[in-house]
Design a protein around this ligand. Structure first.
Ligand SMILES: *Cc1c(COP(=O)(O)O)cnc(C)c1O
Length: 240
């Protein structure tokens, strides 16, 4: 069973690797400029272990109740754990125990909770501001995230918060609003917002965008990190 699963994951990873390499070549970018993060949500710790054997070093999860036991079961592996889901403040303490990067920072209250939790654990926590292209000014998006004009305030708050390091920006292609169905335009906008943010925060270079269906558009727009679930692990049973 494990051998079959290992072979399946290896073949899927190779196919994704080929897509990223081709997208980088198309965009005139170096392959090393794009990091693959494998989204392991809904899949077991045994898959994370196989992925590690196959060379994966970055994994992502979106629900603390699944992620916490999985990260604990894989604590011996030198993996970077990214948290990419909407985060309630009552889960922050748990997430700060295993996450290296929280990609879904979208409000001030979350920043103070993350800072307090990072200080408590004594580990620096990387933070990306999640940008929502379906959000009205001052509001949050359907799937979390802050409207582009709210990024500056949150970036400054993360940069000032003890225990937190501002890593950059993250976005999910919007299902609604002016950018619905226009991934490429949304990702280009994200890269513009990132350039503007880097005037004040030059080290915050991460641009996390692109999933199984749209990684090519994200790489072309300038993403530094793609988050791939389905194309590596298979179609998730139910909603994930
Ligand atoms: C599930 C998820 C992904 C991966 O999506 P796939 O379409 O399975 O590649 C990426 N980013 C976030 C925030 C996710 O929740």
């Amino acid at each position: 069973m494990t051998t079959d699963r290992r072979a399946e994951l290896a073949a899927n990873l190779a196919a994704v690797e080929e897509r990223i390499t081709a997208a980088c070549a198309d965009a005139g970018r170096a392959r090393e400029d794009v990091t693959l993060i494998v989204v392991t949500k809904t899949y077991p710790a045994s898959d994370v272990r196989l992925l590690h054997e196959l060379g994966v070093r970055d994994v992502a999860e979106n629900r603390d109740q699944d992620a916490a036991p999985k990260a604990a079961a894989c604590a011996d592996l030198p993996l970077t754990w990214h948290f990419v889901g909407q985060l309630q403040t009552n889960k922050v303490r748990s997430v700060a125990g295993y996450a290296d990067v929280v990609q879904s920072v979208d409000r001030i209250k979350l920043i103070s909770s993350l800072s307090a939790a990072a200080e408590r654990t004594g580990r620096e926590l990387g933070c990306l501001i999640q940008v929502a292209f379906d959000a009205e000014s001052g509001a949050r998006g359907e799937r979390g995230g802050v409207a582009p004009d709210g990024v500056g305030e949150l970036a400054a708050a993360v940069a000032d918060a003890p225990g937190l390091r501002l890593g950059g920006l993250m976005a999910v292609a919007p299902l609604a609003g002016p950018y619905a169905g226009r991934q490429r335009a949304a990702f280009e906008r994200l890269v513009e917002v990132s350039s503007r943010m880097r005037v004040d925060h030059p080290a915050a270079t991460m641009v996390s965008a692109g999933m199984s269906a749209d990684l090519e558009e994200a790489v072309r727009a300038g993403a530094t990190h793609v988050r791939i679930g389905t194309a590596v692990l298979g179609v998730r049973p139910g909603l994930g």
